[in-house]
Design a protein around this ligand. Structure first.
Ligand SMILES: Nc1ncnc2c1ncn2[C@@H]1O[C@H](COP(=O)(O)OP(=O)(O)OP(=O)(O)O)[C@@H](O)[C@H]1O
Length: 348
């Protein structure tokens, strides 16, 4: 039976290193929450704190309304899947999946039946007789998921489970993980540093930076209304351009000091006429239908994503247009979003 998850004021330090700083988080029952952040942000530490693998230095963890802070990992009924799937090489797939059940004392037959069922859920029922070295990376991944599913955990914790797979397999597996989640409805916390994976998978995304959440919201909210400049720059492929408020791009009211202006590469239009500022094209990368145009404008780098058919050439000078509603404003000192009373405010 799945259960919701609640963290209150959770901090985690290891010696001099503080990995989590007062994390508050509520994951409703059945939600798939993606924790997104750069390397070292504290993502694995957060999962380890939830699983009970590392004791928290402050705060509480509750699962299904029950305070589990003092409980050992084995008492919490959470399943964790790590990036390196750590299958036991000498056991068959069936025995790997059944392993946890067996060490908890289940009979061979019951464990094998449950293993077969879990294998079918993730589509690896044809691999049961093989050993790990006879599996592809994606198949190993599926087996690791099946092994975690067998426990019917209250909460599923996935730590970059697709990190070692090639691009095509990552895409396929993330669709499968979402499908398995939709079928089982197990409360899930999924860690990744890949923002496109986060956008595609999450009911909500929690952006972690330096042991704190910068924003927790739906993929749409995080993309459209980033709460900080860090979220703006981290989410998106590529992330948001950030320029000084008194630089080449300006708000409808004119240049502004003490703020930064953000604009997504997708919202920069090229080929405008004065008063649009002129930018110089440095480099163009064609990505199928779209092209990524690297420009400099008033000495600042700027990226634009435009249809490949309409791309300029390196060395061209082009007018740079940004509609007011696509400008985001951030306080330079705090990095926080500044709400706008203008059209830009209505959009953001
Ligand atoms: N065993 C440890 N002892 C001391 N410090 C650690 C230990 N494990 C992690 N840290 C530190 O805690 C902080 C958070 O690490 P964590 O592994 O949680 O980050 P992460 O976001 O998962 O990073 P990555 O994406 O690189 O795995 C980092 O500063 C890291 O150096």
């Amino acid at each position: 039976m799945t259960a919701g998850l609640r963290l209150r004021g959770v901090s985690l330090s290891r010696g001099a290193v503080t990995a989590l700083r007062g994390i508050d988080l509520a994951v409703p029952r059945g939600e798939l929450l993606v924790v997104l952040g750069p390397s070292g942000a504290g993502k694995s530490s957060l999962l380890r704190a939830i699983a009970g693998l590392d004791p928290v230095t402050a705060g509480t963890v509750a699962i299904g309304g029950r305070d589990v802070t003092a409980q050992r990992p084995g008492q919490r009924n959470v399943s964790m899947v790590f990036q390196n799937h750590s299958l036991l090489p000498h056991l068959t797939v069936a025995d790997n999946i059944a392993f946890g059940d067996r060490i908890r004392g289940a009979g061979h037959r019951a464990a094998a039946a449950r293993a077969a069922q879990a294998a079918a859920t993730v589509g690896c029922q044809d691999l049961l007789a093989r050993r790990p070295h006879q599996l592809s990376g994606g198949e190993r991944q599926r087996v690791a998921l099946a092994r975690a599913l067998v426990r019917e955990p209250d909460v599923f914790l996935l730590d970059e489970p697709l990190a070692n797979l090639d691009a095509e397999l990552r895409l396929r597996m993330r669709t499968e993980i979402r499908a398995v989640h939709d079928r089982l409805g197990t409360t899930t916390v999924y860690v990744t540093h890949d923002q496109s994976e986060a956008m595609a998978l999450g009911d909500r995304i929690a952006v972690l930076r330096d042991g704190r959440f910068e924003q927790v919201g739906t993929p749409d909210e995080v993309w459209r209304q980033p709460r900080t400049r860090h979220v703006a720059a981290f989410v998106g492929a590529p992330g948001m351009n950030l320029l000084p408020g008194d630089g080449p791009l300006t708000l409808p009211g004119g240049p502004a000091t003490g703020v930064e202006l953000g604009v997504r590469p997708e919202h920069v239009t090229l080929g405008g006429t004065p008063p649009d500022p002129l930018g110089e094209v440095e480099r163009v990368e064609v990505l199928g239908e779209d092209a990524l145009v690297h420009l400099t404008v008033g000495g600042h780098p700027l990226l634009a994503r435009v249809p490949a058919a309409a791309r300029p050439a390196p060395g061209d000078r082009v007018g740079i247009g940004v509609a007011a509603e696509h400008l985001h404003v951030f306080d330079t000192a705090t990095g926080e979003r500044v709400p706008q009373p203008t059209a830009a405010g209505r959009a953001g």
